[in-house]
Design a protein around this ligand. Structure first.
Ligand code: AP5
Ligand code: ZN
Length: 218
């Protein structure tokens, strides 16, 4: 499969991406994860420093930087096993640029999965998210708590709250999602690629729902 995962911040794209990759074995690319991995660089480039600052405020990173990060990973896009793009594209400019990049690589998107959930539920998922400082496993204080409070099940390290999960940044992220990213639903619907999936329920149920919807679509 060559897929894009679309949906508001906190809807569970990262969680589903992990489950989908375990099941169908594609290459997973998350621009959010790529940028977060740069947070510990001691002397980031000017462009990267600006990107990390924008992220903390909940704003979008520039289209140029996002697309150049993606193009650097063209081997992933060309991979015969398929790919899963999580958090990209997020603007119409990124969608058009992605289309051109894929065209150059002679590959095509199979589907764009769009997860939907009412806004207040999404905000609750974000507010309760905890991430392992070491292996980056994602938990939720009530929906998916670690066995031992504040400690990762896998590596015994501490859990932390992402620094863009505070109320101010969450508000900005939601607003930008509505303004910049939601229009992509029409863009992909016109191409016949949009697959809407209800993101209510447990992660495993949503995984099965996603795979069913994909089978119906393709
Ligand atoms: P990114 O990392 O992509 O963040 P996001 O889109 O805001 O999405 P999240 O990671 O917050 O949520 P998610 O949908 O993956 O949910 P998760 O599975 O973690 O981007 C971060 C920032 O990077 C952006 O704000 C921007 O600055 C920058 N950026 C990235 N890409 C960019 C681009 N293309 N252009 C410009 N800027 C870009 O789940 C959330 C919580 O819910 C967890 O606690 C989880 O355990 C829980 N949960 C998940 N599923 C369920 C379920 N079914 N039931 C109950 N709880 C659940
Ligand atoms: Zn861990």
């Amino acid at each position: 499969y060559r897929l894009v995962l679309l949906g508001p911040p906190g809807v569970g794209k990262g969680t589903q991406a992990q489950l989908l990759c375990n099941r169908i074995g594609t290459c997973h690319l998350s621009t959010g994860d790529l940028f977060r991995a740069c947070q510990n660089i001691e002397e980031p480039s000017t462009a990267m420093a600006a990107a990390l600052e924008a992220m903390r405020r909940g704003e979008l990173v520039s289209d140029e930087l996002v697309m150049s990060m993606l193009r650097e990973r063209a081997s992933c896009l060309r991979c015969g096993g398929g790919f899963l793009l999580d958090g990209i594209p997020r603007t119409l400019a990124q969608a058009e640029s992605l289309e051109a990049t894929l065209h150059d690589l002679a590959v095509d998107l199979d589907a764009v999965i769009c997860y939907a959930l009412p806004l207040e539920r999404v905000v609750d998922r974000l507010g309760g998210r905890r991430t392992c400082v070491s292996c980056k496993s994602v938990y939720h204080v009530s929906a998916n708590p670690p066995k031992d409070e504040d400690t990762c099940d896998h590596c015994d390290e501490d859990l932390m709250q992402r620094d863009d999960d505070h109320p101010d940044a969450i508000r900005v992220r939601m607003q930008l999602y509505t303004q910049a990213t939601q229009p992509l639903m029409d863009y992909y619907a016109e191409q016949g690629k949009l697959v809407a999936v209800d993101a209510d329920g447990g992660p495993e149920d949503i995984l099965e729902r996603t795979l069913d919807a994909l089978r119906d679509h393709l």
